[in-house]
Design a binder for this molecule. Structure first.
Ligand SMILES: CC(C)(COP(=O)(O)OP(=O)(O)OC[C@H]1O[C@@H](n2cnc3c(N)ncnc32)[C@H](O)[C@@H]1OP(=O)(O)O)[C@@H](O)C(=O)NCCC(=O)NCCS
Length: 176
């Protein structure tokens, strides 16, 4: 898929919210409660996208088609849970259902890895749901190793999650 990966700008927040909400609803069905997914709001997602774009320690990217449609987004920066000087973290990655399996996700991860590397980190991690098999196969295909597991409370329900790590992100950052 011929898409351009570029840094997200405030004007992208509306389109990013659409990608975020629509692909969450499709991908998380059966993993996260249906009430939680129904309650997702484009407006709130747009506000969150605005604050992520304005966050100086994180970098967010969008994947844009030649027609100017935003079909994917990803963001990364210093790991938020533990020692922020230790590792980088891929915080979010979403590709619209109709654009998946065309290499967009791989290009987005590469852009984030380059940024994380430029911030001085050699390694990176990402948390995902244990039962989100497509995302797990995706991280595994990029050389991610299963390093941790846990649970996270979402919509009043504990959801199992797993963490993938890359010890050395130099290969990831060179993916095209
Ligand atoms: C996970 C996601 C970001 C991957 O993006 P993508 O653009 O579809 O991935 P790519 O096309 O770059 O895939 C690269 C490789 O990953 C693997 N892969 C990706 N999705 C896969 C799937 N659903 N099942 C099995 N393997 C998969 C394949 O090896 C693929 O290479 P191939 O298509 O040549 O076989 C995308 O599917 C998505 O947004 N899913 C919904 C939201 C989500 O799960 N986000 C992650 C939350 S942590």
């Amino acid at each position: 898929m011929d898409v351009r990966i570029r840094a997200a700008e405030p004007r992208d927040a509306h389109a990013m919210a659409r990608v975020h909400v629509d692909s969450s609803r499709t991908a998380y069905a059966g993993i996260v409660s249906s009430e939680f997914l129904e309650d997702l709001s484009y407006r709130e997602a747009e506000l969150r996208c605005h604050s992520v774009i304005g966050n100086s320690t994180r970098k967010t990217f969008v994947a844009e088609t030649h027609a100017g449609e935003v079909v994917g987004l990803a963001g990364g920066g210093p790991e938020q849970e533990h020692d922020p000087t230790d590792r980088g973290e891929l915080f979010l990655i979403y590709v619209l259902a109709g654009y998946q399996r065309q290499g967009v996700g791989r290009c987005l991860v590469s852009a984030v890895a380059r940024e994380v590397q430029a911030d001085g980190f050699r390694s990176m991690l990402v948390w995902t749901f244990r039962d989100l098999h497509g995302a797990r196969r995706f991280y595994e295909s990029l050389g991610g190793e299963l390093v941790e597991s846990g649970t996270v409370a979402i919509g009043g329900r504990d959801v199992a999650e797993v963490c993938y790590g890359w010890r050395n992100i130099s290969d990831l950052s060179e993916l095209r």
